[in-house]
Design a protein around this ligand. Structure first.
Ligand SMILES: *Cc1c(COP(=O)(O)O)cnc(C)c1O
Length: 485
């Protein structure tokens, strides 16, 4: 494909994308396909001779679209949102065109420098304490990771290295293996599975402290675990607090947990993957009270801030903790300005070497929407969640299972877990809307998350009416079965 064909196809693709997003409501939100559907639809191996673009684009509707779950449909209420907006799509295109690999300042100075400034902008937008920002001479700073999972892992690995070095400085005879085998890290029982996984990957044992009746991790529970583990000779190194848990969007109590972590010299990482975006609205910042106790903080603009995947924002108070832990400087990555003290080499801040120019997406989105536009987006979603909440609350058959603070409503039919599983199955088999469940303690719960950028009150009202109809059907069937027995 040459430039002149690219010009034409590119414009066609923009039209296809705009049509797709504009008309997404008319597509069934969840596909009808069965596992293995795709292989028989395309050849067994790659073509020897190149094909035409027309051949490919025809196959998008034939092969791909029938197997797509439409995350940006206004009938999609599953998981948490994933960001999508026109400025982010355009920025991603430019990112692909520049196609640099920004592992060091010299590998593409704009890639590094825009990222540092955008993470400062974003930190200010959400009211993050100054120490997390890079500024001109700060010790902190932000970096874009692929996912919240990687951010948690980076924080844990940095904590592991920091403690190992400290203990080895005190006692040079201790081996790293001896120290690591006694380490312990913590999260609440509501933390995302990626936190437990970070423990598995890093080889640090991970313990879950019990959350309270509102699914919030509290200081006392952490203190108790610390006392018990220290008495057994373990070395506590890390606590991952969650702001906005995946199950129910609960907020761990940082004002209690932070001082405990600081007093015990434990790295406190905050995983605010979903909820972090809400902090651009001042009225939600009370939810991150105590953030100043943390060593690192992470949230996903690719979840709720209209930036397409992937873009996870990660800040540390002391960038030396990260850089010191993972520094490698082979000759082929060195350059003249390296020793100037003014450069950032982001390869030391992450696991892979290579990295894309993802800050373009932030820059485009921040400038097109402005802080006010992004705040309006968050507030609209929170409003719609509360609209759904009011519908559920007015209905005697249903109950609310956790406080509704942002854009997630946890609800269920009063009755057994089996009844609720049957209702979920009915909802997802009818494929008019899509939702997923969670377990809160032993209780099976339905999660209604406000997701799409274009979702309106009419879609929420449709979803509730639809759930009500399926509930009536379900309860009538149950009644009939009972009388038949
Ligand atoms: C979604 C989510 C994650 C995982 O996010 P990735 O960026 O996909 O790793 C982690 N923690 C919480 C609280 C989440 O909601």
């Amino acid at each position: 494909m040459n430039a002149s064909e690219f010009r034409k196809r590119g414009k066609d693709m923009v039209d296809y994308v705009a049509d797709y997003l504009e008309q997404i409501e008319s597509r069934q939100v969840f596909p009808d396909v069965e596992p293995g559907y795709l292989r028989p639809l395309i050849p067994d191996s790659a073509p020897e001779e190149g094909e035409t673009y027309e051949d490919i684009i025809k196959d998008v509707e034939r092969v791909i679209m029938p197997g797509v779950t439409h995350w940006h449909s206004p009938y999609f209420f599953a998981y948490f949102p994933t960001g999508n907006s026109y400025p982010a799509l355009l920025a991603d295109m430019l990112c692909g065109a520049i196609g640099c690999i920004g592992f060091s300042w010299a590998s593409s100075p704009a890639c590094t420098e825009l990222e540092t400034v955008m993470l400062d902008w974003l930190g200010k937008m959400i009211g993050l304490p100054e120490q997390f920002l890079a500024g001109n001479k700060g010790e902190g700073g932000g970096v874009i990771q692929g996912t919240a999972s990687e951010a948690t892992l980076m924080a844990l690995l940095a904590a592991r290295t920091k403690v190992t070095r400290r203990l080895q400085a005190e006692n040079p005879k201790l081996t790293e293996a001896e120290i690591v085998s006694r380490m312990v890290a913590y999260s609440s029982d509501q933390a995302h599975s990626s936190v437990e996984r970070a423990g598995l990957i890093s080889g640090v044992r991970m313990k879950k402290i019990p959350s309270d009746e509102k699914f919030v991790a509290r200081g006392q529970a952490l203190k108790k675990a610390l006392e018990e583990d220290k008495a057994e000779g373990l070395i506590p190194i890390f606590f991952c607090a969650t702001l906005g848990t995946t199950n129910s969007c609960a907020f761990d109590n940082l004002m209690e947990l932070g001082p405990v972590c600081n007093a015990e010299n434990i790295w406190m990482h905050i995983d605010a993957a979903y909820a972090g975006s809400a902090f651009i609205c001042p009225e939600f910042r009370y939810l991150m009270e105590g953030v100043e106790f943390a060593d690192s903080f992470n949230f996903n603009p690719h979840k709720w801030l209209l930036v397409n995947f992937d873009c996870s924002a990660f800040w540390v108070k002391k960038r030396s903790d990260l850089i010191g832990a993972f520094k490698m400087d082979p000759v082929y990555l060195q350059y003249d300005q390296q020793e100037s003290g003014l450069v950032t080499d982001y390869r030391h801040w992450q696991i892979p070497l290579g990295r894309r120019f993802r800050s373009l997406k932030l820059w485009f989105v921040f400038r097109i929407y402005g802080v006010k536009g992004l705040q309006a987006h968050i507030r609209k979603h929170v409003g719609l969640a509360h609209e759904f909440l009011e519908c559920v609350k007015k209905d005697e058959l249903f109950e609310i299972c956790a406080p509704v603070i942002l854009g997630l409503v946890c609800f269920r039919l009063k009755g057994s877990n089996e009844l609720n599983k049957a209702l979920l199955q009915k909802i997802n088999h009818s494929k008019k809307i899509h939702i997923v469940p969670c377990c809160l303690g032993d209780t099976f719960v339905l999660r209604f998350a406000v997701c799409a950028r274009t979702v309106e009150s009419s879609h929420v009202q449709f979803a509730w009416k639809h759930i009500k109809e399926l509930t009536t059907e379900l309860l009538n069937n149950e009644k009939q079965q009972k009388t038949q027995n």
